[in-house]
Write a protein that binds this ligand. Sequence first.
Ligand SMILES: [Fe+2]
Length: 241
Amino acid sequence: MKLAVISDIHGNAAAFREVLKDAEKAGISNIYCLGDSIGYGPEPDEAIRMVRERSILSIQGNHELAVNQPGYLDWFNPIARISLEKTITMLSGQSLDYIAALPFFLTGNNCRFVHGFPPDSPTTYLFEADPEQVDAAMTKAEEPICFVGHTHELMIVSHDGREVSRRPLKRETIMLDTGCRYIINVGSVGQPRDGTNHAKYVIFDDQALELEVRFVEYNVTETIDKIYAAGLPEQHAWRLF
Ligand SMILES: [Fe+2]
């Protein structure tokens, strides 16, 4: 079965809409979302509504965690915190209830889905885990493949049973090896930090073990205009270019 894995929509409904169209064109209806659907972007409530209405399986990112447990607001840098505090006022009661019920991880299709780092951390960045931590997490994992987000940068970490190697993912299709274990960072739909302004996500075929990295164009200017209109921090607007 083919599945799409998306992450870090960050209230960017224009990018999310184009990603959903792209996945639909590829015939994918099974979508997992790795959290941070809100924060930074101008349409957090719309992003949550779209995730909910499409029955997309989702988990908590660090932004959802801070909505559910406001003590985590202290974890954010000052501008991200301003954005998140404003975002909370933009969410409907229905969206807040939905966010409160999100789990920290999911498993399915012989994969694990977590926002930051396995087995279930929404706050640990893949790049900050040292080689021993990565080795331990991958050796212990019940599922051979773990999808993560959080850094907003595409990356593949592989473990062949002896050593760990990592490299950035490009716009490419690769075959995974049945003898290896993987942590795959799917990048960001709505707030990429990898030098290109396309929305990113991946399509994974769990039988053929084929991983396809998708770059999707969307109307960046529309989202930037809406960030300014909503009175959100402008850093999160110009960063989209
Ligand atoms: Fe994020």
